[in-house]
Design a protein around this ligand. Structure first.
Ligand code: NAP
Length: 320
């Protein structure tokens, strides 16, 4: 097969398209002939040398893909050669073929093309596991999504609306604010022009946060009594100061999670949750993958430059 290799830590130019041996399925794995993959912010960190793959995972970048199963290992349940699927990966998605445990494989949801399906596994699993499984967002509650126009944000807005929540977002340009409102957000703040903590003070039952330290005090301002702050990204740093008195007064909870290093069984539980609870909403048209661009897989460096420029809304796909 051919794949995108990180030749050394560095800028997008270190991504090299080269021949590698085909992967073989280990026990419990299937091999997918990849039709599309997608770029995640974590891939950029990995390319720069700051986010090594977890032990046992492929060294190749790529946390999700869609394609057709071409080989099935021993002890695989529920999948056959020829199935059209998408998958949550611990790595290896920037390749023509990838081996993945069957627990992390999902059918392509109804109403979505095989290529578009590559835009969904990482965002659906992240939003479902954090906003719904960990923070237990309930119908009628208010969710604040930071970076509402990001890959993660565009799915979070749609899923929370489909579940009957009130959705607040932050975004960094007027165009991104407009797109978040188009996706169903009830209120959106351009954080470059307005302080979200003032506008949303005391109103968020759940906050999905991708900024971390820089937003910690203001996230506490925005939390409602009994609120849950879920930190999934650290774009604003990891080291912050926390006023436990204010946390106590709000009877609030702070949760922080990562998806990639979880066990296969944990990822399996999340993927089944997504298939049962998110895919029907995709099939019904309540949730659409938001695709900013599709870039040839061999030109992954261009896709990384696009992500780092930060003008994208939704996902950047890599296609064969
Ligand atoms: N923990 C996990 O398991 C997990 C899983 C997946 C993703 N993540 C994290 O989730 C985040 C989003 O990932 P992605 O792949 O969807 O990336 P992405 O599409 O590149 O999104 C990054 C977003 O951050 C926004 N942003 C930057 N500074 C901001 C600020 N001060 N306030 C509000 N928004 C701001 C940018 O929007 P503007 O241009 O509007 O600033 C951009 O939309 C990343 O931090 C990623 O590491 C975590």
């Amino acid at each position: 097969m051919r794949a995108v290799v990180i030749s050394e830590p560095g800028d997008p130019g270190v991504l090299v398209w080269q021949e590698l041996p085909d992967p073989r399925p280990a026990r419990g794995e299937v091999v997918i002939d990849v039709v599309a993959s997608a770029v995640n912010r974590a891939d950029v960190l990995q390319r720069r040398g700051h986010y090594p793959p977890p032990p046992g995972a492929s060294e190749l970048p790529g946390l999700e893909c869609s394609g057709v199963i071409v080989e099935v290992g021993e002890n695989v349940e529920g999948f056959r050669t020829g199935d059209q699927v998408c998958a949550l990966l611990a790595g290896g998605g920037y390749a023509e073929r990838v081996a993945v445990p069957w627990q992390q494989v999902m059918p392509v949801p109804a109403g979505v093309s095989l290529i578009e399906a590559a835009a969904l596994p990482e965002v659906a699993c992240t939003v479902w596991s954090n906003v719904f499984m960990a923070a237990r967002l309930r119908k009628g509650e208010t969710l604040l999504v930071h970076g509402g126009a990001s890959g993660i944000g565009t799915l979070a807005v749609q899923l929370a609306k489909a579940y009957g929540s009130h959705v607040l977002v932050t975004a960094g340009t007027a165009e991104k604010v407009r797109r978040c409102l188009d996706l169903g957000a009830d209120e959106a703040v351009n954080y470059r022009e307005e302080d979200f903590a003032e506008r949303f003070a005391g109103r968020a039952d759940v906050i999905l946060d991708i900024i971390g330290a820089k937003y910690l005090p203001r996230n506490l301002d925005a939390l409602a009594i009994g609120g849950r702050l879920v930190v999934i990204g650290l774009q604003g740093g990891a080291m912050g100061e926390l006023d436990l008195g204010r946390l106590l007064a709000r009877r609030a909870t702070i949760i922080a999670t990562g998806l990639r290093a979880r066990s296969v069984d944990e990822k399996g539980v999340i993927c089944r949750g997504v298939v049962d609870n998110v895919w029907p909403l995709v099939g019904a048209g309540a949730i659409r993958p938001v695709v900013h661009a599709a870039v040839p897989l061999a030109e992954a460096a261009d896709a990384h430059r696009m992500l780092e420029a930060g003008e994208h809304i939704g996902k950047i796909l890599l296609v064969r």
